[in-house]
Design a protein around this ligand. Structure first.
Ligand code: PHE
Length: 343
């Protein structure tokens, strides 16, 4: 008994003198005295060896000791936070922080990522090419004859220092870059920025974005093209979407078709976006022209392919109802902030 009382006295002395310079020391104190294997617990355990007649008296002493330690612990904790506040040049670290404004993805990037991820699931790999191109990759190899109107100075930006260079007018140039290096089977998707010399307005811009698709293998058919694109629009816009193909012309595909989807803005009943037709064009497509394959030494008797090119702005317009192309590049945060949370 006597011995135990003396020990408690010693502990109290120790506790009273304990100082903690930082949060770690406070925690050390807690573990040493109040932890599950701490001193308070072990002293409490001595109760069982105390004779019955002294239990009451001893219980009081023990409780008092426990409270003493707990009070000290609270004190250490409080002093410690005060201590930090006092030693940090007047900065109160416990105040809530300033909002540092997390950025948001650009809507065109959001839509591009969605398009790419859908085609990736179909086994397409991503390919990229340069924005500054030469005539061969942008036009020549794509079977655009010398006198094709798309080569006209009015449509194409040529680099003034070296007029054999130009800003690519479509991502079909990446088809050329891929076929130059890779032999069939080829299945790639090529997102990128393209440039055309247009007067900037709500409906036209001097640069915009496309995603090109190219699939070359034995036995690739127009049915494959249609089914691939049909799968894509259903994934992108939902199962209720309708599609239609219209015959068209591109020098690098034969036959060629443009694909329309039912207008998402008015549901097909007619509005400004679909020019009251109920349909919106979203891409150009077709079977890769044999001459294009031959340009890259791909045997056009053995291999066939399909290709398509779609405008990301157009898809974005339908998804987010953005009706002015200029908004995409003005970087107005009031516009950009609306896409918070989208991925
Ligand atoms: N390059 C065409 C354009 O920019 C789109 C397209 C790509 C058409 C591939 C057919 C095949 O309009």
């Amino acid at each position: 008994m006597e011995q135990l009382l003396q020990q408690i006295k010693n502990y109290k002395q120790e506790v009273a003198e304990y100082t903690a310079a930082n949060a770690d020391a406070v925690e050390e104190f807690r573990i040493k005295y109040l932890g599950t294997k701490g001193i308070v617990k072990s002293v409490m355990g001595e109760m069982k060896s105390v004779p019955n007649e002294s239990k009451k008296e001893f219980g009081l002493i023990l409780n008092e000791f426990k409270q003493f330690v707990e009070t000290k612990f609270e004190e250490l904790k409080n002093n410690n936070s005060l201590h930090i506040a006092q030693h940090s040049d007047g900065i109160d670290w416990s105040l809530p922080g300033d909002d540092f404004g997390v950025g948001t993805r650009h809507p065109l990037i959001i839509v591009r990522n969605q398009i790419v991820s859908i085609f990736k699931r179909l086994g397409f790999a991503v390919a990229e090419g340069p924005e500054i191109e030469d005539d061969w990759h942008n036009f020549g190899s794509m079977n655009l004859p010398e006198d094709h109107p798309a080569r006209d100075m009015q449509d194409t930006f040529y680099i003034s220092q070296n007029p054999s260079w130009l800003l690519r007018t479509h991502t079909s140039s990446v088809q050329a870059r891929v076929m130059e290096k890779q032999k069939p089977p080829i299945r790639v998707i090529c997102p990128g920025r393209v440039y055309r010399n247009e007067t900037i307005s709500a409906r036209a811009h001097c640069f915009f974005h496309q995603v090109e698709g190219l699939s070359v293998d034995e036995h690739v058919s127009f049915a494959d093209l249609k089914q691939t694109l049909y799968f894509f629009v259903q994934e992108m816009f939902g199962k209720d979407i309708k599609v239609r193909f219209r015959p068209s012309y591109f020098p690098f595909t034969e036959p060629s078709a443009e694909m329309d989807i039912s207008c998402l803005i008015c549901g097909g009943s007619g509005c400004n976006v679909c020019k009251h037709t109920g349909w919106v064009e979203i891409l150009g497509s077709g079977m890769v022209h044999p001459k294009v394959l031959e340009n890259f030494n791909i045997d056009s008797n053995k291999y066939t392919g399909f290709a398509f090119g779609m405008g990301i702005e157009r898809v974005c317009q339908l998804k987010y109802r953005v009706n002015d192309l200029r908004l995409y590049s003005q970087n107005d945060v009031r516009f950009l902030r609306q896409f918070t949370g989208a991925v």
